[in-house]
Structure formats: C-alpha cells, structure tokens
Write a protein that binds this ligand. Sequence first.
Ligand code: GCU
Length: 658
Amino acid sequence: MEYGKAWLNYRRIEEKSFCKYLTGIYSQVEDDKINSGIKELNIAFEGMYGIKIPFSRWETDSGIQLKISSDLSKEEYYIHPNGNVFLIEGGSSTGILYGIFQLLRMLMEETPAKDIAVRKAPDNPLRMLNHWDNMDGSIERGYAGESFFFQKNKVMVNERTRDYARLVASVGINGVVINNVNVKQEATRLITKEHLKELKKMEEIFAAFGIRLFLSLNFAAPMELGGMATADPLSPEVKVWWKEKLKEVYEHLPRLGGFLIKADSEGRPGPFTYNRTHADGANMLAEIIKPYNGIIIWRCFVYNCKQDWRDKKTDRARSGYDHFKPLDGAFLENVILQIKNGPMDFQVREPVSPLFGGMSATNQMIEFQIAQEYTGQQRHVCYLLPSFKEILDFRTYCQEERDTVADIVSGKTFSRSNCGMAAVANTGNDLNWTGHDLAAANFYGFGRLSFDMSLSSEKIAKEWIVQTFGSIEKIVKNISQILLNSWETYEKYTSPLGIGWMVNPGHHYGPNVDGYEYDRWGTYHRADHKGLGVDRSSAGTGYSTQYHEYNARLYESKENCPEELLLFFHYVEYSYRLKSKKTLIQHIYDTHFEGVDEVETMLELFEEVKGDMDTDVYNRIAARLKEQLLHSKEWRDIVCSYFYRKSAVPDEKNREIY
Ligand code: GCU
C-alpha cells in the first residue's frame, strides 16, 4: 500500500474558470524551486482538470507566468490575473513557490479565477518543524509509526522525503530539524562524514522547496565523538574541536540552517557542568557558525526534574524565567532562544510562558507541540489551532502596544529578524502521515498559522477539510464542528482548570490522577481532602510575579485569575464558588460528564458523513473516535471518583460516580 497524499489531494473540481489560463507556463527564472513549482502545477492541473500544460520557453500574451518582482520581499508572493495572463510573482523563487501553493489551495476551494488576487509575505521569519526522530527509526513522542528520516541508524532519502517536502512547503514551513533534541547514541554521529553524504541529498531536496535543514546537536560531542576530557564551552581546545567539526559539516551541507540544542535538561549535558552559563554555551557555537550564516536555536526547557514534595518554593513553572531572564541581552545575534508556549510542558492548558515579553534584548521563538503527547496522542481528536491562537493573541504588557506573543515572536515588538514559530512534529511513516487522519489538521494548521497569523482556526480547518476530503457541505460542516470543539472537549474530560499532569507517568497516555504526585519526577497538583491546586501567587511559589504588572495582578488573586487557569495559580477548596455559581467540585463532575457527551456528539456528527468519503478513511477515523469515546469515559470515571473520594462531596446530579 502506498502512503497517502494528505491535503495535496488534487481531486476533480467543478469550478473551471481558471482553465482559460492553462495554455502554457512561462517562467522568467529557472532553478530547483521553480522546477518544484512547475511540477506541482502539472500534478495539480492534471488531477483537478485532467489537463496537461506545456512549458513555454518564450513569454507569450496568455497562460501562466512566473516572475520575480523587486517590489516584493524575498518570501512574499503576489498572484493575480493580468489580461489573458495569470501572474505568479515572488520576491524570489521561494516566493513564487509559495504563490503557486496559494493558487492551488484557492483552486481546490473552487474559487473563481477572477477572484484570485492575493499578496502576502510570511508573518514569521522562521517557520519550523522539530522532529523528535531517533536514528534507530523510533520517534520520541511519536504517534504515527516510525521515522521516515532514519531507519537502522541510517539516514533515509527517497521519494517520501520529496513528498514530505512538498507537504511542508505547501503550508509555508521553511526550516526542519530532523532529529530528536535528545541527541544520543548514533545521533551524536550525525555530524560525521559517514552520515553527511546522505544528509547532503536531503538538504538538496529540502532546498528545492525553500526549506533549510537543521540538526539537533549533542553538547557533549567533543567528549563522545572527539574523545576529549571536557565539553567546557570556554575551553580553547573544545572551541577548536567544534570549529573543525562544524567546518566539515558546512563543507558537506553549505545550506544547513544551523543547530537546535537541548542542554542541561532532563539529563542532557550542558554548560552547567562547567559552571558556565547558557549564553557561554550558545555563543561559543554561534560564533563558529556565523561565517556560514548558521543559527543556534537554544531551548529554554531547563528545570529541576527531581523536586522534593516537601519543598513548596521550588516550582518547575518558574525555572525557564529564573534561568534565562538574567541572561537577557547576553546572546549573540545568531542565537535564538526557543521557548515552549507554556512554563511546564504542553499541557492541555497552561498560562503563556512569562519569558515572552520578559526578555527584550534576546531573539525568541515559540515552541508548540503538534505531536499530541498530553492531548490524546493522536488517538483522540484534539485540533490545537484554537489554543495556538489564544496563546499568540495573549497580551504580555511588555509595552503599551504591539505586545502580544504574536508580535514578539514575529519580530515586530523588538524589531528582530531571527525569530518565529516552531512545532514538535506529529508525523511518522504511517500511510496517512499522522496516525489519526484528523491529526493532519494540526500539521497543516500549524504551518498555515506560522505563515499567516491572521488566519482563524475556522478558516484553517475549512481549508484543510476541503483539500483533504472535498467540498461536500455536510463534510465541511460536520468535520469543522468536530475539530473546532475538540480541544475544549478534551480539556473537559481530562485535567481541570489548568492543573494538568493527571496522566500515566512515562508514556503520558490515559488518566492517573496521582501518577506524578508521588513520583520522584514530582509535578504536583497538591490535592487533599479540602481542595486542590498549586499556590503560585506571591505568597506561594511567586511564579505569578514573573509577569508584567497587569497579568501579575490578574494571576495573584483567586477572584481575578482567569478561571480556566485557576488551579494552576491557586490552591482552591472544593466548596469554592466559581463564576458560574457552581462549586469547584461540582464543576469538576459536570465538565467531565459534558466532555464525554461531547465525544458522543462527535461520533454522531461523523456517522452522518458515512458514504460521503472514502470508506477506508471513514473506517479509520470512526474506529479512533470510538476509542476516544471509551477512553474519555475512563478519564471521566477515574477523575470523578478520585475527587469524590477525596472530598466526600456527592454529585448534585446523582450520576454514577464510583
Ligand atoms: C517532554 C517530553 C520529552 C521531551 C521533552 C523536551 O518532557 O516528554 O520526551 O524530551 O519534553 O521537550 O525536551
């Protein structure tokens, strides 16, 4: 069986007004990206209209023309009709390629030719995917099969690499890290000659789609690869080692974008071992790769993962800010700090990391996770775009205007150009790329949003549905409804009001309220017979004071705290009345029952489209939704019984709670 085409599924369409331009394609420039674009146009037109169009060497007064325009910025495009010609202009061939994908998207949505006139430059300079693929073929937090980049400790380059690049470029991604941030074993050797040859082929395929290849690095490589006694970033010998090593890497991969580094986190080596700062570590590498236009992306996911339960002052949520805020301004221009959207770890709901807006003199990039580690692992539907939108729209109050997370990561707030959005990827070698067919909406959606932050979750969902399944009204309506409510539904039947973490330790699937509570990897909810939640106000861990004043004040008190984050910031008694006038305990019961009812509704909505979509796809999705229903009931029952027994407060509605 062949793997699927995901959303690049150019089915026959009814709207044919564009066909008048299908007399020929002329391009002012010829290079690998233009070739990719022209190939794509051909595949698409054949699929949509059954027409093959000739490539013309000469400019004529009809057909499609691809042109470079000096009025446009590099990755910008402008697509529009001009008499008998349809123009696809770009600031460079990458811009033209994006214009081609935009045109095809609109044609698949059956937009009449006369209505197609779009000019757009990407909102974020860097739009990246981080794959957590290991060289043995496994994927850390991978829920869609094995890696298509590596198998048996070898780099793999084949037709799927190209199809992956097509998918990624079609939504505007321009950087891809192919290996896991936890760089161990063979992956440490990825920067040796043995693998660089294959990587070169991959780099070339990516480049033909405007994508830069990045690699994750092992900070201790001078020891593990170079046999040195230290990896101290300030040691002259270590610097020389890195300089030679990275010179060799760039000789093989001249277009390599740079490196992603996880240091001093969850057992990974880093500068702390040598009493050096993260700026020392990042700058040492950044200086070396500056002549190659390389970038060091340094992760801020640094925390003490062995917090003692008696210690109520240490707070994992604080640690990113505590570690990095004092270093604001100390990083070189080609270093970017990559910050997870929240201070913890991709929970279904968290506050926004206070590092956004907390630092003003450092390049920053946001890290989302579309691999649904804590949000149903691609067995449950959880369309994350509404959550991403909320986060990007969050006002940090770091200044009076242009202070949202979107403004900061796109570079507007502090006039920066090394910044953007990254996401931990959700793909694997499953035939449908993402395990759950509906999880592809997150893959598609993250890319689209990183390119154009003004797009709504609704618009993105609709685009994806139409391209993937076609434009039958019922499909668009029902699947939109399923996707758009799914994040809140998932939140309802899992952990309440921002507390997070009630999952099985290790693999993180399924409910286990105390899973982390009595674990050495303590991540606490502090539930007892009176209430639950973590006091992160100034009287507690003080985390709330890491925000600028307006937000700090909101989070400081139970009364002002946005309710969806109440338990993240406060210990709250079960009898506490929420704005709905419900007690906390009743809210927990009610939302968990509602969550399950909503999954039932999803299943009904989905059953209505049976017959309107490919049977195999229908059956795959239906099976996952049934599993989701079963597992949402498990969540409901375990969470409700846990809090019933802790609080001894019965459900007002007398439902069955064990
Ligand atoms: C989470 C995840 C790990 C991952 C880590 C990271 O903790 O569970 O598998 O390595 O995040 O982002 O580095």
